[in-house]
Design a protein around this ligand. Structure first.
Ligand SMILES: Nc1ncnc2c1ncn2[C@@H]1O[C@H](COP(=O)(O)OP(=O)(O)OP(=O)(O)O)[C@@H](O)[C@H]1O
Ligand SMILES: [Mg+2]
Length: 427
């Protein structure tokens, strides 16, 4: 089937890292000391914008082979702020995509993993070292190596050379959050973007949500195919509707919980980014129901109508997250600037919810975002970033556009990209 993805975790290989070096994590604690000193130096300089504690999750180094136009890249990152600059088409987004891929096994640009492989090559691979620092909990920092590779449509992932138990357990280990230009339509654009946002939160809050979603999608597809063919097999249709009702109602419950977690964070973030006298409220508008038998009944009664449609007229694939400003639909009343502020607030709220759910500050990947924002919003974004603990990556065609608060600027490392090449790291 075109575009169909195949995910596979691979059994631990005999040379996997923890077997090779059982003291790896202990040694990591000492290597990590350098970063702590860097951070203390920043604090000693009296940089109030710098968070009082260092980031909890850091990607220290990355090795990329044949991923998009990046033939061979080996880099060491700043634990705090990394700027990737270059002309159009040089490989900036590809580098962020490589980080996202090694953290999640997915791309934020495509569902077709085969597109990630450099033209003319058989396979692409990305390897990264992460440090997870429990900080004040009296434990040593954990070092791990994540690896993701793709050949054709087959994706293979490993953590320290070993197979993760599930895709969700891999994808939630090292949380990364993208601020991507396409997402600048989160406030005004189609409901699908907002459903995806809820699903990203759900993955961290309720990891089995991914399983419910894929089972729901499969059941709905099979039911639609039977209806389209005019199948007379009542029992077969009923069986798929039952599955759609079970997994669809679970998904509705999970997304409702995700919305509840999002609401307070969204109000807080919007208050900081936009005028504090405006109230932003998000309301979950389910296309289905939390009640399994109600869902089954709704599907049964809409068979005739649904037979000519690509998808059912009832169910969570029709969900939306309705945004209101002072009680009025944001989609209708919000100004351009307000839409941008809503979008940034949604992303900031996503960072908070995932950070709380996972107990770690996510890594933030910002792809050319300042080109989409006005000066005021860009300033708001960067002061928000300065208040965040997490490690940050920003791409830009014009480095001069990035005017950082001092607390970030002193921790910046710069990577110029040209023709898929990145020179060896310079401090
Ligand atoms: N599978 C692939 N193999 C080789 N090159 C590819 C592949 N996919 C995309 N490219 C090319 O990689 C180059 C870098 O793309 P990328 O999106 O990373 O650029 P960018 O630096 O982010 O540019 P922009 O500033 O325009 O966003 C482009 O020329 C693109 O056509
Ligand atoms: Mg780009």
């Amino acid at each position: 089937m075109p575009g169909r993805e195949c995910f596979e975790t691979v059994a631990s290989s005999p040379d996997h890292a923890s077997e090779r070096d059982p003291e790896r994590n202990i040694r990591g604690a000492f290597e990590h000391g350098k970063r702590s000193e860097d951070m203390s130096a920043g604090r000693a300089a009296g940089l109030e914008t710098l968070p009082s504690r260092p980031p909890k999750l850091v990607i220290t180094s990355l090795t990329v082979r044949d991923f998009r136009n990046l033939a061979k890249v080996e880099i060491v990152f700043s634990p705090r702020f990394n700027v990737i600059s270059g002309q159009n088409g040089q490989g900036k987004t590809s580098l962020l995509e490589a980080i996202y891929f090694v953290a999640t096994s997915k791309s934020f640009r495509t569902h077709r993993s085969a597109e990630l492989v450099r033209h003319g090559q058989e396979a692409a691979s990305v390897r990264a070292e992460f440090i997870e620092d429990p900080q004040d909990q009296g434990l040593a920092p954990l070092v791990r190596e994540q690896h993701a590779a793709v050949a054709g449509a087959r994706v293979v992932v490993k953590i320290d050379g070993a197979r993760p138990s599930t895709l969700a357990s891999f994808a939630t280990r090292s949380p990364v959050i993208t601020f991507h230009p396409d997402e600048m339509a989160l406030s005004t654009g189609p409901a699908g973007l907002r459903r995806t946002l809820l699903d990203r939160l759900s993955l961290f809050m309720t990891p089995e949500s991914a399983d419910h979603r894929s089972r729901y999608d499969r059941a709905v597809k099979a039911r639609q195919e039977l209806l389209r063919r005019g199948s007379e097999s009542e029992s077969e249709i009923e069986a798929f509707e039952h599955l759609a009702a079970v997994h669809g109602s679970a998904l509705t419950r999970i997304r409702a919980q995700a919305t509840s977690a999002l609401l307070p964070e969204l109000a807080l973030a919007f208050g900081r980014i936009a005028a504090p006298d405006l109230a932003l409220v998000a309301e979950y508008a389910p296309g289905g129901t939390t009640d399994e038998s109600e869902a089954s009944a709704a599907l049964r009664s809409s068979r005739r109508r649904d037979a000519g449609r690509p998808s059912p007229s009832f169910g969570p694939h029709r969900d939306d997250l309705v945004l209101s400003l002072d009680g009025r639909r944001a989609r209708i009343v919000a100004s351009q600037g307000q839409h941008r502020a809503i979008t940034l607030a949604l992303k900031a709220a996503e960072v908070s919810v995932i950070g709380h759910a996972r107990g770690i500050s996510p890594i933030l990947l910002l792809d050319d975002v300042s080109s989409e924002l006005d000066a005021e919003r860009t300033d708001a974004l960067f002061s928000y970033l300065a208040s965040q603990q997490g490690q940050i990556f920003v791409t830009t065609t014009r480095r001069a556009l990035i005017s950082l608060p001092e607390g970030l600027a002193s921790h910046e490392r710069h990577f110029p990209v040209s023709g898929g090449q990145i020179p060896p790291t310079s401090e």
